[in-house]
Design a protein around this ligand. Structure first.
Ligand SMILES: *Cc1c(COP(=O)(O)O)cnc(C)c1O
Length: 427
């Protein structure tokens, strides 16, 4: 990337961050009409190439940026395949069996994305016109899936308030259930959705006791429970239990292979046999029936069977980083250590004049004098996040060394900021 394009994308980022400082921001993508979002997305990820100093890029924007390694590519290259719409792809079939096994569920289905998987779950659980789902107000399903439940499934939703730990109040849930049904005024509450770990709330792990109590409320009112478990493997590792211990409290689950588990594509939707049979039909209607998808499923098998244990490493790095932010001198960062349970760190800037967007732009830019001070230039990529926070996410592409480089860079930015404040006070 040339210095010029770096400056341009940095300016775009700054502009975006400022404008949205107090809004919910995701993925840092600027408005469609002005900036081609796809190009922007890749531009911010590219390491500087024409720099005279050595520059390291630490990409903490999301655990979706992982790339398949050698073993995964090898497995993809030699995968046995067939037409999966005919049910004839042996690798897909194997992945589906393994996933069902790991989830402790009857069956599982390979789906192109987490968004499609959640949508299919809503479609299959809510089959009658006038059915309704109950979702957390800060859930991915509600915030970041374009309202697909309404737009594509024709299903109404009502919200419960997500608490900082990703749960919600079960009393509020009970109050939101449409007790008036079948009176003709009311939709029928059919499904309640939970998210584990909770993305917006910073990778929080839902307590097993919460899931158990939720289950008993759901049973009392004949509601199904769907877990958006995009990162449920992170939850399992954090709790030190097998995923099936978490999932026994849910009817269905959606688990991303393409986040921290490192597969390039894919999500597993798990549930009872009859649910998965209907899900197969819905997937085809949505255009998600793939043919020789064993090539992708082979990567999924490596992800599901070989990549779970290493998530612990991401959690450890996230904690080291969060603690370093707390200990940073001069102080610039606020982070609640208790909230750092998995691979996501949400933190706040204690300088009200430094917006999260501006801060992220500084992290992504090698400053003058930085290489001299730190021995090399470091670009750290993060996104401004909900409520004026900044979010950093660990994944298999970030080593301990990268984490230490990122810490040095954040310290450097804090020092620069202190100098600027000092200079401003003198003037
Ligand atoms: C990423 C994510 C999804 C959607 O997955 P895609 O594969 O990007 O569509 C759903 N829920 C949560 C919590 C996620 O983090």
């Amino acid at each position: 990337m040339t210095a010029k394009t770096l400056r341009i994308s940095a300016r775009v980022f700054l502009h975006f961050g400022k404008r949205n400082a107090n809004r919910v921001v995701h993925y840092g993508r600027p408005a469609l009409e002005r900036n081609p979002p796809v190009r922007h997305y890749y531009e911010t990820a590219k390491p500087a190439q024409d720099s005279s100093v050595s520059v390291r890029t630490v990409d903490l924007r999301s655990d979706t940026v992982t790339k398949p390694g050698t073993a995964m590519r090898q497995a993809m290259a030699i995968a046995e395949v067939g037409d999966d719409v005919f049910g004839e792809d042996p690798t897909v079939n194997e992945l589906q069996r393994r996933a069902a096994d790991i989830f402790g569920m009857e069956a599982a289905l390979f789906v192109p994305s987490g968004t499609m998987s959640n949508l299919i779950a809503v479609m299959v659980h809510c089959r009658e016109r006038g059915d309704e789902i109950i979702v957390g107000d800060l859930s991915h399903l509600h915030m970041y899936e374009q309202g697909g439940s309404a737009q594509l499934a024709g299903v109404h939703s009502t919200m419960v308030t997500n608490l900082p730990d990703g749960t919600f109040d079960l009393g509020q849930l009970e109050a939101k259930i449409r007790h008036g049904y079948p009176d003709a005024h009311f939709p029928r509450s059919r499904l309640v959705c939970v998210e584990n770990t909770h993305n917006i709330q910073g990778g929080r792990v839902l307590p097993l006791s919460f899931l158990q109590e939720l289950r008993s409320v759901a049973e009392r009112y004949n509601l199904a429970v769907h877990m958006d478990g995009a990162r449920v493997m992170n939850a399992a590792v954090a709790l030190g239990v097998s995923p099936s211990v978490i999932l026994r409290h849910c009817d269905t689950v959606s688990v991303c292979l393409s986040k921290g588990l490192g597969a390039p594509v894919g999500t597993m939707l798990g549930g009872p046999q009859d649910f998965i049979q209907r899900a197969l039909r819905a997937r085809k209607a949505l255009g998600g029936g793939l043919r020789q998808s064993g090539i992708l499923a082979a990567a999924g098998l490596v992800a599901l069977t070989g990549m779970v244990d290493r998530l612990e490493e991401d959690h450890r790095h996230a904690k080291i980083f969060a603690q370093a932010l707390l200990d940073c001198d001069p102080p610039l960062y606020h982070v609640d250590m208790a909230s750092v349970e998995t691979n996501i760190v949400r933190f706040y800037l204690r300088d009200p004049l430094l917006t999260p967007g501006e801060f992220c732009e500084r992290l992504a830019t090698v400053a003058e004098g930085e290489a001299r001070a730190l021995g090399r230039g470091t670009r750290v990529l993060m996104f401004p996040h909900v409520g004026g926070s900044v979010r950093a996410v660990w994944h298999l592409g970030v080593t301990e060394e990268d984490t230490q480089s990122a810490i040095l860079k954040l310290r450097f930015v804090a020092q620069q900021r202190a100098k600027e404040r000092h200079a401003a006070a003198e003037a």
